[in-house]
Design a protein around this ligand. Structure first.
Ligand code: ADP
Ligand code: ASP
Ligand code: MG
Length: 417
């Protein structure tokens, strides 16, 4: 008998009919002879609705109380799904994160899971019950309810699968797998049979919202077999794999993009040791995460310094920067919140210098200006004006042979780039 953890996202449980449909799927898995633990999200739109409610009362809702509110979205769906299972004659029980003892730190709205007890879950499974657990939430050492960040139900599922040593963790969603890029932006995007864990981690951290980053980190750390599938269509989905030694790698596996960034620049800062620290120190003290950083050194003893932050932090970062720029006698500060980051990801590019130049030429041919560049072994990211996002992603998708009807470029040991 296998133990399967299944997670159903917001769209999959968005209406009573869909919850009934999920119940049918869960029962099918159970009747095939498996133990089943189900993690569910709030009904689609519900978490946003709750955030708006909070903001109607308080412009900056206290984090502890906001988490209390947001956790109720998932509490609705666990009970409804469990009722649907019971109605069909199956013994089932539902639990909130706190009841399962999903212990987290106290970083409200972005809490990290530290430990899962899950004894109640194991005991229910032993007597043949289906167990339904609320995603996205936990409890800290003081007993306060915490949430795990947007998309956090993915992480609940993978962490539970790790704690219970499940045979597979299945993430059911509204697309039938992981695609070469967001299929809502590129209609020619292609579903991947498999993707390496390393690539999935890059895709997630570079903005692909199909899986929360932390769920992929968990899967990697505990070697949880992970699959992304559709709630609405049968199919194999996409398997996240750990070994790829002998596989013929595509040069590029996917294109990720992130619309949530903003760019800040300090112009004409004095070019002396310590200047980067002087600019970024106050930003990090304010707990604002910095992503890309570029510094241009000019000949006249001045330097231009540019970095990106989350768009939600843009105003705050700009305020801080205006203060510190005055102190260091920089010429000017300006910002641009209307940028996006676009990234090519692929373990196959490791040995290929040509990928970057092909990427830059493709964007140039479309008249798209590149504002910043950053690279690592298996990814290249550029910052461009947000109005070119769709155009840029589609052009690159075609240029790198990712279109459904295209010929995929592969790493055949020679420079294909
Ligand atoms: P859920 O509510 O089930 O968690 P999400 O909206 O969080 O679903 O994630 C699924 C969505 O992720 C898809 O509808 C799709 O638009 C988006 N997406 C972004 N990048 C990709 C990708 N590379 N492959 C598939 N889907 C992607
Ligand atoms: N309901 C939460 C959200 O909308 C968590 C999740 O769906 O994974 O972000
Ligand atoms: Mg999600």
């Amino acid at each position: 008998m296998a133990l399967i953890v299944q997670k159903y996202g917001g769209t999959s449980v968005g209406t009573p009919e869909r919850i009934e449909h999920v119940a049918e799927k869960v029962i099918k898995t159970k009747e095939a002879g498996n133990d089943v633990v189900v993690v569910v999200s709030a009904m689609s739109g519900e978490t946003n609705r709750l955030i708006d409610l909070a903001k109607a009362i308080h412009p900056r809702p206290p984090a502890r109380e906001l988490d209390m509110l947001l956790s109720t979205g998932e509490q609705v769906t666990i009970s409804l799904l469990t009722m649907a299972l019971e109605k069909r004659g199956h013994a089932a029980r539902c639990y909130t994160g706190a009841q399962v003892k999903i212990l987290t730190d106290s970083a409200h709205s972005k809490a990290r899971i530290q430990e899962i007890d899950a004894k109640v879950v194991s005991e229910d499974l032993k007597v043949g019950r289906i167990v339904v657990v609320a995603g996205f939430q936990g409890v800290d050492s003081t007993g306060a309810i915490t949430t795990l960040g947007r998309g956090g139900s993915d992480t609940t599922a993978v962490a539970l699968a790790a704690a219970l040593k499940a045979d597979e963790c299945q993430i059911y969603t509204d697309v039938d797998g992981v695609y070469t890029t967001d299929p809502r932006v590129v209609s020619k995007a292609r579903r991947l049979e498999r993707i390496t864990f390393e690539e999935m981690l890059e895709m997630a951290s570079l903005g692909s919202k199909i899986l929360q980053i932390r769920s992929v980190e968990f899967a990697g750390k505990y070697h949880v077999p992970l699959r992304v599938l559709s709630t609405f269509e049968e199919g194999p989905g996409t398997l996240i794999t750990f070994e790829d030694e002998n596989m013929e790698e595509p040069l590029i596996s996917g294109i990720a993009f992130n619309r949530d960034e903003a760019k800040l620049t300090v112009l004409g800062a004095p070019d002396r040791p310590g200047i980067a620290g002087a600019i970024l120190g106050p930003i990090s003290e304010a707990n604002i995460e910095v992503d890309m950083i570029v510094q241009n050194v000019s000949q006249s003893g001045a330097t231009d310094f540019t970095f990106t932050v989350h768009r939600n932090e843009y105003e705050r970062a700009l305020d801080i920067l205006q203060g510190s720029a005055k102190d260091m006698e920089a010429k000017e500060v300006y910002g641009d919140p209307k940028i996006v980051k676009l990234s090519l990801v692929g373990v196959g590019m490791r040995s290929h210098a040509g990928v970057a130049s092909r990427m830059f030429k493709t964007l140039a041919d479309e008249g798209i200006n590149i504002q910043m560049i950053s690279t690592s072994e298996i990814k290249i990211s550029v910052v461009i004006d947000e109005k070119y996002l769709e155009l840029g992603v589609r052009a690159l998708h075609t240029a790198f042979g990712l279109d459904e009807d295209g010929t995929q470029l592969r790493d055949e040991g020679k420079d294909a780039g």
